[in-house]
Design a protein around this ligand. Sequence first.
Ligand SMILES: Nc1ncnc2c1ncn2[C@@H]1O[C@H](COP(=O)(O)OP(=O)(O)O)[C@@H](O)[C@H]1O
Ligand SMILES: [Mg+2]
Length: 286
Amino acid sequence: MTQQIALYGKGGVGKTTLAANLSAALAEAGKSVMLVGCDLKSDTGILVHGRQEVATLLDYIRSGGAVKLSDLVVPGYRGIACVEVGDSLAEEECASRGIAKALQLLGEFDLTATLKPEFIIYDIPGEAGCSGLVSHLNLSLQLRTFIVTSGDLMSFYAANSYIRSVSRQFPASALDIIGNSLTGSFEESFVADFASQVNTRVSSLIPRSLVVRHSELYGKTVIEAAPESSHAQLYRKLARQVIEDRSVWQEPPKPLSVTELRGWAQGWGDRLGELEFGILKDGAGI
Ligand SMILES: Nc1ncnc2c1ncn2[C@@H]1O[C@H](COP(=O)(O)OP(=O)(O)O)[C@@H](O)[C@H]1O
Ligand SMILES: [Mg+2]
């Protein structure tokens, strides 16, 4: 049975990089993978197929027959089938509505019927309003959600709201946190504590690394460009978790209220102050 995996998180947090590397690691392990990019930038498959411009689902809809349905599936590394939803249908329309329509159509065309992938990976854009897109995924298939966050406060805010909407709309979804682009043990602890505050667990903690940037500059995933690197191993470990369906999530997540999130962040501000400046909670220097 096909397993759906959706990656959510604030823009720039590393969803596309993760989606591409997870797809590559799954393909390397012999799994059939479809990678669906829902971002207006249509950039999800670039690291997998190396092409800068591909026909998107919305191009197909608008083309009146010039673009064929088969043109939409771009083969990439080890046979990964890449599909991009594309930019918004109408300029005046909010991006998330355009993408929602396209996702609905994707289901109607049922590109997966012929491909029958074992895994479909959705790279969900970070724009406001896109959290609701989960309701346009195929509800009859199993869904596993990864909420990606870095160690910065705004990405925790975004993660918290994604947790709220995904758990409301898709309560059966297994939901884990991935910490990405982390700059040290402080940020790792910050992410791990956030996960426990919202009653979820951490699936992976991925450090910030030049290997990721280096591979991106060559237009490739880390799995392909730096297969021996420690980051390639981290992506393979994530793929193994997905293959073995080891969800670490046990109970329903509990998103924080804004006040709770602010209070929690301030607690970490105190700790950071003590570490960096030697300032105790009451502001006294040590
Ligand atoms: N672990 C990492 N270490 C260093 N750079 C990273 C890491 N993960 C992602 N990046 C870089 O961060 C930038 C944004 O990543 P991207 O995947 O496009 O984010 P998103 O899809 O969430 O907007 C890219 O330049 C990417 O190479
Ligand atoms: Mg992206």
